[in-house]
Design a protein around this ligand. Structure first.
Ligand code: SF4
Length: 556
């Protein structure tokens, strides 16, 4: 099966050492990206590690396709124990980092330990250098880029950087690359901050060889990406704002309503009006990114994407797309996940009856990043502060809800309940077949097998590391088989082992069926959860049995 090549580079930022290890067996068994990172994290991070302590480790990994010229491959994976969910979490970001990363000759870079001062870590094909950067304390993401450019000629595409939010261990701080692309969910920026690592740089010309079994299919995918007339190419994900609003499934006013009366003021058409050029990730001809500019104020940002429009728009009752652009830009500069930051602020607005107060929202974004005043409390995320605020707890396993509402697309709701990443949409994406009537949106009964296939496929997607926007459009089952030179069932079996390892790690940290809960009821939810456990081979308590975990962890 297709898999990444290249070594594991372990960088201990505490004792400032670097060590290279061959991981050929792990790469063959887990492909790369999320898969190989999960395997390494499962083996190397103590089950009781504090997410913000030196025992936690971060894994930055490419997959095999980052050495191809195929669209939908300009992405990188990051994995570690999340300070938001407390479990292993993988997140991926686009941009142009991936090609510079593979040039170092490594397929995985592991960051271990904890530095006693703020540092930059420079990784190249010639080795690793550590640089004390106390002068960058509190610097925003673009400020770090500018400084690294002045000093060494690095561009934003060489960098992974945290802003003040990461340094201050905000639980939804995001490592950023290319200035505006986030390893968004789960707070891995706080993990880098806890290690006192302000930025990582990558450069080199030593990409290891990867043998591609079927290059024709790559060209075919690339051609289809370039010629597609998909609305995503004009409006990114934002066209969904109006679609979901029209179908009464757009979270509004901190999830208390499902449609926003001013949706047409913040929908995809409004974003497209502000778009001033095309943009993409490495080698991607689909080019769905959204550089936007408000001519009147001069404000420029990238996006907002759909989820950001939900969190800082409808969920906060803001009806001005420029104000949402500003929230988006502030989060990017300060290094925070826009979904969690927006939802947490929406929770505060609900508690204070201040929906729609954009000055307050922008002030809160700054305060959260710097942990000033009430921002210190909000930086902990909704799960930890909802009682204090006196609002409902719109989270699962510590993760606040994505915009695709499980009260409307019930299979997606089931996936929020059982997923290790909690109420986030990217590990299952079951909402897509539910929106498209491939399966009915109503009900959870009989959906477990379908959900498991989606979860397993997406685990492989993140191991390859492929962009979600290629799936279901261009990269269908047969394309997977051709790309990987493997039967689809055997491809899904790799994903199954990855999901089992993630859940096993979570089990060791105390997660079980008690945590597979939603803040709302769905038809047949209890029996569907049991059906899901049985289909996965887990116990009635949602625990991965030891023999299944041992089998999943096999690397040869
Ligand atoms: S489809 Fe969009 S997000 Fe995905 S790799 Fe291409 S440009 Fe990046």
């Amino acid at each position: 099966m297709l898999h990444a090549n290249g070594s594991l580079l372990t960088v201990d930022v505490g004792d400032r050492t670097a060590e290279t290890t061959a991981i050929d067996d792990e790469l063959e068994a887990f492909i790369g990206g999320r898969g190989v990172s999960t395997k390494l994290a499962h083996d190397r991070i103590p089950f009781d590690a504090d997410p913000l302590g030196p025992e936690n480790r971060l894994y930055l990994a490419s997959g095999p396709l980052q050495q191809s010229s195929m669209s939908f491959t300009g992405r990188m994976n990051m994995t570690g124990v999340s300070p938001l969910t407390g479990s292993l979490l993988s997140s991926n970001a686009g941009g142009y980092l991936s090609r510079n990363f593979v040039g170092t000759g490594h397929s995985v870079v592991e960051i271990a330990g904890e530095s006693d001062e703020l540092i930059a870590v420079h990784v190249s094909d010639e080795g690793v250098e550590f640089e004390a950067v106390p002068e960058l304390e509190g610097a925003t993401v673009p400020e770090v880029t500018e400084e690294m450019n002045d000093r060494y000629g690095f561009e934003s595409e060489n960098l992974v950087t945290i802003g003040p939010a990461g340094e201050n261990e905000v639980r939804f701080a995001a490592p950023m690359t290319y200035d505006e692309r986030a390893f968004g969910r789960g707070g891995l920026g706080a993990v880098l901050g806890s290690k006192n690592v302000k930025c990582l740089t990558f450069e080199g010309d030593s990409a290891p060889d990867v043998e591609f079994p079927n290059e024709d299919i790559q060209m075919d995918v690339h051609r289809q990406a370039a010629t597609s007339d998909d609305i995503f190419r004009r409006q990114g994900t934002t066209h969904l704002v109006q679609v979901l609003n029209d179908n009464f499934s757009l979270p509004t006013r901190y999830f208390s309503e499902l449609s926003f009366e001013h949706a047409e003021k913040i929908n995809g058409d409004r974003v497209e009006e502000k778009k001033y050029k095309k943009a993409a990730c490495s080698v991607c001809a689909f080019a769905c990114k959204l550089p936007t500019r408000d001519e009147e104020s001069g404000l420029e940002t990238e996006g907002p994407e759909f989820e950001t429009v939900m969190a800082f728009g409808s969920n906060s009752a803001v009806d001005d797309i420029v104000e949402i652009m500003k929230s988006n830009e502030l989060c990017d500069d300060l290094g925070m996940d826009t979904i969690s930051c927006g939802n947490t602020i929406a929770a505060y607005l609900a508690s204070e009856d201040e929906f729609g107060n954009v000055e307050l929202i922008h002030e809160l974004i700054e305060k959260i990043a710097h942990r000033e005043g009430v921002g210190d409390k909000l930086a902990e995320g909704i799960d930890r502060i909802h009682e204090d605020l006196g609002v409902e707890n719109w989270t699962v396993k510590g993760m606040d809800f994505a915009a695709h509402d499980g009260r409307v697309v019930h299979g997606q709701g089931l996936s929020y309940a059982v997923g290790t990443r909690g109420a986030d949409h990217m590990f299952s994406t079951l909402m897509i077949p539910e929106y498209n009537d491939v399966i009915p949106a109503e009900g959870t009964a009989g959906k477990s097998e379908f959900l498991i296939d989606h979860e397993n496929r997406n685990a492989v997607r993140d191991s390859a590391v492929l962009c979600q926007f290629g799936l279901g459009r261009v990269i269908e089952e047969e394309v997977f088989e051709a790309l990987f030179d493997e039967d689809y069932e055997d491809i899904l079996a790799v994903g199954n082992r990855i999901v089992n390892l993630e859940r096993h790690f979570a089990n060791q940290r105390g997660v079980d069926s008690e945590d597979d809960r939603l803040p709302y009821d769905l038809p047949d939810l209890e029996s569907s959860i049991q059906e899901y456990y049985a289909a996965r081979g887990w116990t009635d308590d949602g625990v991965v049995p030891g023999d299944l975990a041992a089998d999943a962890a096999q690397a040869d």
